[in-house]
Write a protein that binds this ligand. Structure first.
Ligand code: GDP
Ligand code: MG
Length: 704
């Protein structure tokens, strides 16, 4: 493989809503550039970047894939990013690693899809250069201008059509380049001069959109702006200069069009990437993290400096093993070397370094500053880790992944699955920072927490590949029990079965304590009604009964139990007998003291675009939620203003919130949760909890 200087590299993500044609576009670019001899199709499962068996089965991308190609002597690292909301975590990593992004919009869409908007916000946060490719121009009812106009009304002047289509649907056959007022036709994917020049019926449209393009181009260059405002005519070179400067700053976003499946408009896009997208050397630097080692310095795109690289994705596969995708910011990462990981404070061995084209790994000597590559089998390296020189340690800001919010409880199908489950979960967690495994201490359940249902399905499919099949269920809510009244009761255990009998008898008083107080046991026995040595046995009996629960199988908390009287037998009394007596007394007392169910209340922060605020609050109310306050988050650049709603909601009502909020806000809402406190459940809910416990087979259990 040829060596490329940073100036000859372009790192480009392809992002959009699912289905817009990203994977098809990546395939077309690879084909047009000669990186592959045969153009695959998503529908046939034959593309380079959808190579995972789950992607082929589902016909959608579920993870980032990298594919390199060469265009006009430059190396282009394409990163195909999945578009569905469940895989937003993939976009976060990819958009850190690249310097530019192609946003794909379907010309058939009525407006700007959610996946597009979400990716736009990441791109805006990482300040990367962008262009838009309006795809599927060959399809019926496609409308380039509808997309351009919706983009412009959403994101403002930054948006500027760089070309306009000639013909639509089946008639789509060429474009007019607005900078040069030049018409082209597509002939077998090639772009050749239009024999008749700009079609007369398009002249007016060309002038209209050219004017808008110039307006966007001069905005970022004072000299050009002055000239423009003075009414002078700008040359094509000047317009291009303005566009380039604006694009590098992320302030101008040119819009192009084509049809990926027919290789139309793909060359223009490749040219645009090479001519106008910033090289890694032009990219504003990724800042060092706070608390990064003292001699931290900012990375500079120079391969003779010490190494600074960041891992932006990890793939864990039972066949291929672990593969870490990284971007080098400074220095070079070499095969057969070692690198330092500041997170662990340890050196990591580097074996063979690769560049990737889908699943194909191409061995190389090194990956130098500005470039992207992959290393297999790192020992302890996670997504987001910095790899550097041990003598010059530096840690880059970690990648902000969306917090996982949708939990399911899993159980291994068989004993064999169970043995494989732990290690498989750990490997998946390594791979996927947007996924977490938790164990609920009270319910004992193992929870997989991810972005949504599809994300979970894909992860479960992965577990299967690691040899661990699981069953899924909604998680159990960790309820608690308590009492709301005071009561006295006796517990008497007496058994006479020939030989030595069993005898224990105690009287207790139970009373409620405030929330969070736990359990108090008071020994108020006087006059030796129960001999000293048996009192701990009574307490033990009570504690065991509390742990098992009395009405719903959940632990009893926040009570005080006073043991104040009892009887014993010289021969038949024993610790075991008093333990049972304690448990019986407890059950009897609870039944008289108005038992209640406590439910966990979660504090929730919901972030929604302003237009959904009313619906969001209505929905929280219907979940027995209390809205505590609201905050407006001002929009940044071309990102919409949002509302942040603080509320408390019973955990029971939030089990499917990740799914419901997404459909309520068309994917634009997000939320985080934190356990807040426990609160007495209303009667209807308490009855439901008790009935659910019965269904699970819980019986009020008097040990006797
Ligand atoms: P992604 O989810 O953005 O990666 O989209 P895909 O590349 O998987 O494409 C989604 C669907 O649109 C597939 O069925 C493609 O065959 C189809 N498609 C993609 N590009 C075009 C195009 O330019 N024209 C037509 N007619 N169909 C396309
Ligand atoms: Mg795709």
């Amino acid at each position: 493989m040829k060596r490329y200087a940073a100036e000859e590299i372009r790192n480009v993500a392809i992002v959009a809503h699912g289905g817009a044609g990203k994977t098809s576009l990546a395939e077309a670019m690879l084909y047009v550039a000669g990186a592959i001899d045969r153009q695959g199709r998503v529908d046939d499962g034959t593309t380079v970047t959808d190579f995972d068996s789950e992607e082929i089965r589902r016909k959608v991308s579920i993870q980032c894939a990298i594919a390199i190609l060469e265009w006009r002597g430059m190396k282009v690292n394409l990163v195909d990013v999945p578009g569905y909301a469940d895989f937003a975590g993939e976009a976060a990593g990819a958009l850190r690693a690249v310097d530019g992004a192609i946003f794909v919009a379907s010309a058939q869409a009525s407006g700007i899809d959610v996946g597009f908007q979400v990716a736009w916000e990441y791109a805006e946060a990482e300040k990367i250069a962008r262009c838009v490719f309006v795809n599927k121009m060959d399809k019926e009812h496609s409308d380039f201008f509808r997309i351009v106009d919706s983009l412009r009304s959403r994101y403002g002047k930054a948006i500027a059509a760089a070309e306009i289509p000639i013909g639509v649907g089946e008639q789509f056959h060429g474009v007019v380049d607005l900078v040069h007022r030049k018409a082209y036709v597509f002939v077998a994917g090639e772009k050749v001069d239009h024999p008749d020049g700009v079609p007369a019926e398009l002249e007016e449209t060309v002038e209209k959109y050219r004017e808008l393009l110039i307006e966007s181009a001069v905005e970022n260059d004072d000299e050009l702006l002055e000239k423009y405002l003075a009414g002078e005519t700008l040359s094509a070179e000047e317009i291009e200069r303005g566009l380039h400067e604006g694009m590098v700053a992320g302030a101008v976003v040119p819009v192009t069009c084509g049809a990926a499946l027919k290789d139309m408009g793909v060359r223009f896009l490749l040219d645009l990437i090479c001519d106008e997208f910033p090289s890694p050397a032009e990219r504003p630097l990724v800042p060092a993290a706070q608390g990064s080692p003292a001699n931290a310095r900012k990375p500079e795109c120079n391969e003779s400096l010490p190494l600074i690289a960041q891992v932006f994705k990890t793939v864990a596969d039972p066949y291929v093993g672990k593969l870490s995708y990284f971007r080098v910011y400074s220095g070079a990462l070499r095969s057969d070397s070692s690198v330092f990981n500041p997170r662990t404070g340890r050196e990591e061995r580097v074996g063979q370094v690769y560049v990737l084209r889908g699943k194909q790994q191409i061995a190389v000597q090194e990956i130098a500053a500005g470039d992207i590559g992959a290393v297999p089998r790192f020992n302890d390296v996670l997504t987001g880790d910095t790899l550097c020189d041990a003598k010059k340690p530096v840690e880059l800001v970690r990648i902000d992944h969306p917090e996982p919010v949708y939990a399911v409880a899993i159980t291994a199908k068989t004993k064999v699955d169970e043995d494989k489950l732990g290690p498989a979960l750990r490997r998946l967690q390594d791979e996927n920072p947007a996924f977490e495994v938790r164990r609920d201490a009270q319910t004992g359940e193992t929870l997989m927490v991810a972005a949504g249902e599809t994300h979970i399905e894909v992860l479960v499919e992965r577990l299967k590949r690691f040899g661990a099949q699981v069953e899924m269920a909604l998680p159990s809510v960790p309820y608690l029990e308590t009492v709301t009244g005071t009561a006295k009761a006796e517990g008497r255990h007496k058994k006479q079965t020939g030989g030595r009998g069993q005898y224990g008898d105690c009287w207790i008083e139970i009373e409620p304590l405030e929330r969070g107080a736990g359990f108090q046991f008071i020994d108020a026995v006087v006059g030796g009604a129960i001999p000293r040595q048996f009192i701990p046995a009574v307490e033990k009996g009570i504690r065991d009964a509390m742990a098992r629960g009395t009405v719903s199988g959940n632990p009893v908390v926040d009570i005080r139990v006073k043991l104040y009287d009892g009887k014993y037998h010289d021969v038949d009394s024993s610790e075991a007998a008093f333990k049972i007596a304690g448990s019986l007394a407890f059950h009897n007392a609870v039944a008289l003291a108005h038992p209640a169910i406590l439910e966990p209340i979660v504090s929730v922060d919901v972030r929604v675009p302003e237009e959904y605020l009313g619906d969001c609050i209505g929905d929280l109310n219907s979940r027995r939620g209390h809205v505590l306050g609201m905050e407006r988050i001002e929009g940044r650049g071309s990102v919409d203003a949002m509302q942040l709603v603080h509320a408390t909601v019973p955990q029971r009502e939030l089990l499917r919130y990740a799914i419901d909020l997404r459909s309520l806000t068309h994917g634009r809402g997000s939320f985080t949760t934190l356990l807040s406190h426990y609160q007495e459940a209303p009667a209807l809910i308490a009855q439901a909890v008790i009935a659910e416990a019965k269904d699970r087979g819980f019986t009020t259990h008097h040990e006797a």
